[in-house]
Design a binder for this molecule. Structure first.
Ligand SMILES: [Zn+2]
Length: 337
């Protein structure tokens, strides 16, 4: 998880806390300080995401359909952060598809689990497979059909040797047309297999897929930008209408969530299957690692509660803030959150 021992070397004002924690953990003080600094930054990014996530999920819940409770869970994701006497922070996550907090954790986990395996590919290729855009009511059956076609192609490709790769499903909403664009991004090992998959895809989608809309390119050694794309959102939360960026309407996001309900969006093949376990599901142990160790005072139990107005978590007993509210300077990877 992203608890990289970074460059942060700012001194924490509470040296008593640091001393006792350092002794307890046998960590050199500079290492401990930078860990705390990293956690502070992670919490600020989380506050930024939470501030954005609350109205997003409130609007979705207000659609008042059968997914209302699912969206309400999103509103309360990481709502309360419990600081234990050991200085560790714990919270509950909604694991929602559109939740920016949970997505950030999934992205970090995906990169950690798959990136080393992908980087060991001898000849990695990036492939995008698309079809014509569809209306909302046709989205789920279209996705099912695309997955079926892909698995037939995969079976054929395997006759010529094992297929190693990762396939990610994404759905983009077009605000101008009101249509949905489901497509696969994937990374495959070997030009031959990637070209074969593309050729078969075009053959099977003669009337709904054009060659120009597909993308096939070699991944340059050391280039992880394309690879990282695979671990981002299942959809974009903004769309363009008359050259102006606007948020995707809640109704359209709901169509995408409904279409992807109980459907896998990240599918590993070959050698990546071993690296796959638990990638989509978030476990408490992972998220604890994400946030620990941190705390202003050791030996004190504190319940930090989210305050949307302040955009941070507050100790209601003392009015103290867990972290300073995020500023516009807090930029999150990919400019997404
Ligand atoms: Zn969440």
């Amino acid at each position: 998880m992203p608890t990289n021992i970074g460059n942060g070397r700012e001194r924490c004002s509470d040296t008593i806390y640091l001393d006792s924690l350092a002794q307890a953990r046998n960590l050199p003080e500079p290492v401990l300080q930078s860990t705390i600094q990293d956690t502070r930054k992670a919490l600020q990014r989380r506050a930024f995401r939470k501030k954005y996530s609350v109205p997003l999920h409130v609007n979705l819940a207000e659609l008042r359909n059968e997914r209302e409770q699912y969206y309400r869970n999103g509103i309360y994701c990481a709502e309360r952060i419990e600081q234990g006497v050991d200085g560790r922070l714990r919270t509950h996550y909604c694991n929602g598809r559109l939740c920016p907090i949970c997505q950030a954790i999934r992205t970090a986990k995906g990169i950690n689990k798959y990136l080393p395996a992908i980087q060991s590919f001898a000849d990695p290729y990036f492939l995008t497979l698309t079809r014509r855009t569809v209306q909302g009511e046709h989205l789920r059956p279209t996705i099912r059909q695309m997955k079926g076609e892909f698995s037939l192609i995969n079976d054929l490709a395997r006759k010529n040797g094992k297929v190693h790769g990762l396939r990610k499903l994404e759905v983009i909403y077009n605000g101008e047309t009101g249509l949905y664009h489901p497509h696969f991004h994937m990374i495959l090992d070997g030009e031959e297999v990637a070209s074969f998959v593309l050729k078969e895809w075009l053959k099977r989608n003669r009337f709904s897929a054009h060659r120009d809309a597909q993308e096939l390119q070699a991944i340059e050694p050391g280039d992880s930008t394309g690879i990282r794309k695979l671990f981002g959102y299942i959809t974009k939360l903004v769309t363009e209408v008359e050259e102006e960026k606007i948020p995707v309407p809640s109704e359209a996001l709901d169509v995408i969530v409904a279409a992807l309900f109980n459907s896998r969006t990240l599918q590993p093949y070959g050698s990546l299957i071993q690296a796959a376990r638990d990638t989509e599901k978030i476990k408490a142990t992972d998220v604890e690692a994400y946030e620990t160790p941190y705390g202003f005072t050791i030996g004190k139990w504190i319940l930090w509660e989210w305050e949307q107005r302040l955009a941070t978590w507050v100790d209601k007993q003392t009015g103290a803030l867990l972290v300073e509210p995020p500023t516009e300077k807090i930029r999150v990877k990919n400019n997404r959150f």
